[in-house]
Design a protein around this ligand. Structure first.
Ligand code: UD1
Length: 337
């Protein structure tokens, strides 16, 4: 089996991608420092795939550690780099934590890949690189606005770092930069899903925890935006669709002529926060207390993807809709509550 190094492999998107790698006949080798993930995830991957995941505990900012993994586990067919901090609000209050972790891990990984002759990288980026775009839907040609958080800036810088290395032809790096819109949901088996430590910042885990009685109410952050119902609009993508795109990206890089591409991963449709809340209630029948509150600082008003480039280059498209993602998220929440 072809081995693929998956940094942050025990995280939300990393764990679902590891499952899809097994399904596609690859052997994922997970690295995780478990700073924002839980070892129970490994049992979940095993329950779905029948494979005990290979997982090394350590930090991707540590070159000695990463170099050892390349020596002991390599050669790798490619690397999928998820390991990063991702809380927008926290990054505003602890910028150095974000600059150190997100930038250094990427630099360390690129250095180790070069040393060990590994040329294919799939990078976990975010639609946050666009800021509030002037027109919608967002295409990959839409110019970046000034990042509105240190987290967003680390994604812009990492993308640039990777594309600079890919352009320097002597290194032979090929890369796909995947700009995720809003990943939600869980594996339909209910064995893996999102496990936010502490109080969730993201909408769907907040909804499911509230419906499970772990939180008092959902506060919808602002209903006076210039959108059809006044609440913010996002492009919510099922995490299994997202995971499948990573496998397609690895396959895309198998062709030696491919150098570096940025691709949006979204459904191409926007849904408002109120629509998500109402869809959740309709789909699950759960009791969900909610109210409208103040806007959350730093939120963009509305953003959704053009997913045409990913469909064209990866031959990939989403197969699951918002309601299925909400049902899967609720199924998962009920199993862990
Ligand atoms: C942002 C980034 C995304 C990044 C993610 C990491 C943008 C456009 N998106 O997602 O790229 O990967 O952070 O965490 O920068 N909401 C509520 N009540 C809540 C929680 C959220 O109303 O309790 C609303 C938010 O105001 C927002 C929507 O739900 O309109 C989605 O919020 P969230 O799930 O936090 O994701 P983003 O902020 O869109």
């Amino acid at each position: 089996m072809k081995k693929v190094l998956v940094t942050g492999g025990a995280g939300f998107i990393g764990s679902h991608t590891s499952v899809e790698l097994y399904n596609a006949g690859y052997l994922p080798v997970l690295l995780d420092n478990f700073a924002n993930s839980d070892k129970r995830v490994l049992k979940g991957i095993e329950a779905i795939t029948g494979h005990t995941p290979i997982c090394h505990e350590g930090d991707c900012t540590d070159y000695t550690f990463v170099d050892r993994i390349f020596r002991e586990e390599g050669p790798f067919e490619g690397v999928i780099h998820f390991a990063a901090y991702k809380a927008v609000n926290e990054s505003v209050h602890h910028p150095l934590k974000y600059y150190h972790n997100n930038l250094q891990s990427t630099e360390v990984l690129l250095t180790a890949m070069k040393k060990h002759g590994c040329s294919r990288l799939v990078f976990s980026s975010s639609c946050t690189v666009y800021g509030q775009p002037a027109s919608l839907p967002v295409t990959e040609e839409t110019p970046f606005q000034r990042a509105n958080s240190p987290y967003g800036f680390t994604k812009q810088v990492c993308e640039r770092m990777i594309s600079d290395v890919a352009s320097a032809s002597v290194t032979g790096l090929q890369a796909v930069l995947l700009r995720y819109f809003n990943p939600i949901g869980a594996h339909p088996s209910g064995h893996i899903g999102e496990l936010p430590l502490g109080k969730p910042e993201n909408l769907v885990p907040y909804i499911t925890q509230t419906a499970a009685g772990l939180r008092d109410e959902v506060v919808i952050f602002g209903n006076d935006y210039d959108t059809p119902d006044g609440t913010c609009v996002r492009d919510y993508i099922h995490v299994v669709d997202l995971a499948e795109a990573h496998v397609a990206a690895l396959r895309y890089l198998e062709h030696p002529s491919r150098n570096c591409e940025a691709l949006n991963l979204g459904t191409g449709e926007g849904n408002s926060v109120s629509e998500v809340v109402k869809s959740f209630i309709e789909e699950t029948g759960a009791h969900l207390p909610y109210r409208f509150g103040e806007r959350r600082p730093g939120d963009v008003e509305q953003i959704w993807a053009s997913a045409a480039k990913a469909a064209d280059l990866l031959k990939w498209h989403t197969k699951r809709d918002l309601r299925e993602a909400l049902r899967d998220a609720w199924n998962w929440q009920q199993k862990i509550s």
